[in-house]
Design a protein around this ligand. Structure first.
Ligand SMILES: [Zn+2]
Length: 189
């Protein structure tokens, strides 16, 4: 997995790109929570469930169905988010599902059970460019940890922040265009 600091990059970048008026702070915060939610499955190790099992690490909680259900449950709170059901659902689905996609780009562990419960097959992305984060903290506090953070910066933070700044630039350009003063001759008819 990428580290717990990196999964929230996707909802944060989306919020930055879309702007404050499009997304409430409550919805953003919930997006951050659901972006790390699938990794609660590491509890499976403590329960003696094998990594490769459906309920093991990177299993059911990293699937499309899990993202769909988490987004559906979250979107029911759309009034609390001061948003619409559809907007809440889409944002929370993207935030949750992006977790498995980022994991699939890592170069370690087992693949992701995207298709659970229809298939237990584990998938990786065609390119595994992100250094996998060690599950043990002691291993993370070493040169390995620095390599992981660098690869996450390069392959996650840089691209998503690039997209966020593209969104910001587009919004600013649209605002400037829509608030352009009407020439006097047009106003006079
Ligand atoms: Zn994960």
């Amino acid at each position: 997995m990428p580290t717990i600091f990196t999964h929230p990059a996707v909802p944060l970048a989306l919020a930055l790109g879309l702007g404050r008026s499009a997304l409430s702070r409550r919805l953003l915060l919930t997006g951050v929570v659901v972006s790390v939610l699938p990794d609660l499955d590491v509890l499976a190790f403590r329960l003696g469930i094998p990594y490769a099992a459906d309920f093991g690490h990177r299993g059911f909680s990293h699937s499309v169905l899990f993202a769909f259900l988490a987004a559906l449950a979250g979107a029911c709170l759309f009034r609390f988010f001061r948003s619409t059901f559809l907007q809440s659902f889409i944002f929370l689905f993207v935030a949750t599902f992006s977790h498995g996609l980022l994991d699939a780009l890592t170069n370690g562990g087992l693949g992701i059970a995207f298709l659970w419960p229809w298939s237990g097959e584990r998938f990786f992305a065609p390119m595994q460019v992100i250094e996998v984060a060690p599950l043990r903290l002691s291993r993370f506090l070493s040169l390995k940890g620095a390599n992981v953070l660098w690869s996450e910066f390069l392959w996650v933070w840089l691209p998503v922040m690039g997209m966020a700044f593209t969104g910001i630039s587009l919004r600013l350009a649209l605002n400037r265009y829509s608030t352009k003063p009407v020439p006097k001759a047009v106003m006079d008819g």
